[in-house]
Design a protein around this ligand. Structure first.
Ligand code: ARG
Length: 568
């Protein structure tokens, strides 16, 4: 039985007619620890017992049999406060971590249900920009967090691999491009000629007509058009994969927009059959005025499909393929309306699972000093951003720890970890400032700070000459009841519920902040207590605690998608 259950049982025995299970949900963890470790407010019982809550509290207090895990009980107004025995508390938490090790925190909360996460989803032949980085990093963290609590995550990279940009690109390539240049400079060259197309089309609008013709050719299966299209897709994928490799990210599916080309006609028919389609200025739309939204565009005047048409088709396909409990879309906040509109269309089509479609929006990224924006011309390339983070980390390492083995690998892990951490540090809707100086500050609430704390824990274990496999867990838990150790244990106890909370809210920052809190508590413990300098049982107990902390920091960083070097 856990603490709450033992307390609930004791309370229910003290009041007749109330079941333990009705009590347990009412037990709270006070925010002020001087009010006990758990508290039971008696307001709800007032209805059943028809007495004033403070009186009920007093009566229970007089009758209650103190459960074994509780040291002290007191009453403040309508609250009964319980103080857990510290040794029992420490023992319970740490034994669990020691038993489960890397699996501590995981649960079967999701019951194996599947959750589809649509994230990253860059547009082919256009640069992977810093907004896509946010989607990638947030989506990947959610993917891991949901997996860790017993869901089956399905990660989908819904590539923007179809649409008008390809017609333009073909025209641009035919006019100003050549094979060698594209092969040498890949996306940079493609975006150069793409930008040139826009400049030239301003002077010569017939280029736009030509581009439209090429798109029609693509739609009609013209070999030359499709060969060029496939080539552009391959070139883009090469760049995207370079970035994904560096971020350590994989997807379960890369079915992008083009995958739905041959599936949309049936969907448009279905929308029509359900009498939702109306004509407006030659186009086909679903009227949403009743819901205070502009119409959802389904077919263009020329019969071409649109972004919402593809998303609706993809959602139907995903429901059929994965039977998801939730289907989540991670994009910038400026797509709010798009998702609200087509989610509504799915609802109007009569699918009750429309409520399982979730848009998870995030705020913008601004570049603090603007220095990054000029390097590659018109856009800030993701690779430049990652490179500058890694370069700066390298110079910090060279200054602080020049003899560190494997310096390049660690600079990569820390530099990229810092970028990811920075992105996940706040509620996702907040805008992010990309400030290298700040995110690489080893003393701030940053990725490097957390990684460094992890490395410090590893180094203590190394110096104690203990491998993970032969740590002695048979310790005297009573030696870990000082304030600093207890604070660490309290945080360790929260980890499983933090993962669930973060999944329920689609907010990775809950894990990020948690990991920072754990590091701060650990660093205080480290500062207050001598570990390697202590002796015998005390040393053994403290080392076991260091192991527990190291394991949970590692696990937290892994779900966030951040590496944890053992030395820095
Ligand atoms: N390719 C889009 C963009 O870069 C994002 C796609 C998001 N996913 C979706 N199912 N609409 O803006």
């Amino acid at each position: 039985m856990d603490f709450k259950e033992q307390i609930a049982l004791a309370i229910s025995k003290a009041v007749s007619d109330v079941d333990k299970n009705d009590i347990i949900g009412g037990i709270e963890v006070p925010s002020d620890l001087s009010m006990g470790d758990f508290a039971f407010p008696c307001f709800k019982l007032a209805k059943v017992l028809r007495k004033a809550p403070p009186l009920i509290a007093k009566e229970i207090f007089e009758k209650i049999q103190k459960p074994e895990c509780v040291d002290k009980i007191d009453v403040v107004n309508a609250y009964i406060n319980f103080y857990i025995n510290k040794k029992i508390f420490v023992e319970k938490i740490l034994s669990k971590v020691f038993e489960l090790r890397e699996d501590y925190g995981k649960s079967d909360y999701g019951n194996g249900k599947s959750i589809v996460i649509d994230y990253s989803s860059p547009n082919v032949a256009k640069p992977f920009h810093i907004g896509h980085l946010r989607s990638t990093v947030i989506g990947n963290a959610l993917y891991n967090i949901f997996n860790s609590i017993g869901f089956k995550s399905v990660g989908i990279n819904y590539l923007g691999d179809w649409g008008t940009q390809f017609g333009k690109l073909i025209v641009a390539y035919k006019n100003w491009g050549n094979k060698d240049a594209v092969e040498k400079d890949d996306i940079k060259e493609l975006s150069r000629i793409y930008v040139k197309f826009h400049d030239e089309a301003k002077k010569n609008p017939s280029l736009d007509d030509e581009a439209r013709l090429w798109l029609v050719k693509m739609q009609n299966g013209d070999k030359e058009a499709l060969d060029l299209w496939r080539w552009f897709v391959d070139i883009s994928m090469k760049e995207f994969n370079r970035i994904y490799d560096r971020l350590g990210i994989k997807f379960d599916s890369y079915k992008g927009e083009s995958f739905y080309n041959d599936k949309m006609a049936a969907v448009v028919d279905e929308i029509k059959e359900k009498k939702l389609l109306v004509e407006s200025e030659g186009a086909q739309i679903v009227d949403l005025s009743e819901f205070n939204m502009p119409p959802c565009l389904i077919l263009r005047r020329d019969g071409g499909t649109l972004y919402p048409t593809r998303d609706i088709s993809a959602a139907l396909y995903r429901k059929k393929t994965y039977d998801f409990a939730k289907c989540v879309y991670v994009t910038a906040i400026d797509q709010n309306l798009h998702f609200a509109q087509w989610f509504k269309v799915i609802e109007l089509m009569g699918y009750d699972w429309s409520e399982d479609l979730v848009h998870v929006p995030f705020g913008l990224v601004s570049l603090g000093d603007g220095k990054l924006s000029t390097r590659s011309g018109h856009v800030v390339l993701m690779e430049d951003i990652l490179n500058s983070a890694v370069e700066k980390t390298s110079s910090i390492i060279n200054e602080k720890n020049p003899d560190l083995p494997d310096k390049d690998k660690i600079a990569e892990e820390v530099g990229i970890g810092a970028v990811i951490f920075n992105d996940l540090y706040n509620s996702r809707i907040k805008n992010v400032v990309f400030d290298l100086e700040k995110m690489l500050n080893f003393d701030g609430e940053t990725g490097p700070y957390v990684q460094y704390t992890h490395a410090r824990a590893c180094s203590i274990l190394r110096k104690a000459q203990i491998n993970d496999s032969d740590i002695d867990f048979d310790i005297d838990f009573g030696l870990l009841t000082d304030d600093a150790s207890i604070d660490v244990c309290r945080l360790l106890e929260e980890y499983p519920s933090k993962l669930i909370d973060s999944a329920q809210k689609y907010e990775p920052y809950i894990v990020t902040r948690y990991v920072v809190d754990l590091c701060q508590a650990f660093n205080k413990f480290y500062h207050d207590n001598s570990i390697l300098g202590s002796d015998g049982d005390l040393k053994k107990a403290r080392i076991a605690l260091v192991y527990a902390v190291k394991t949970v920091i590692f696990s937290g960083l892994s779900v966030l998608g951040i590496k944890a070097p053992v030395e820095m």
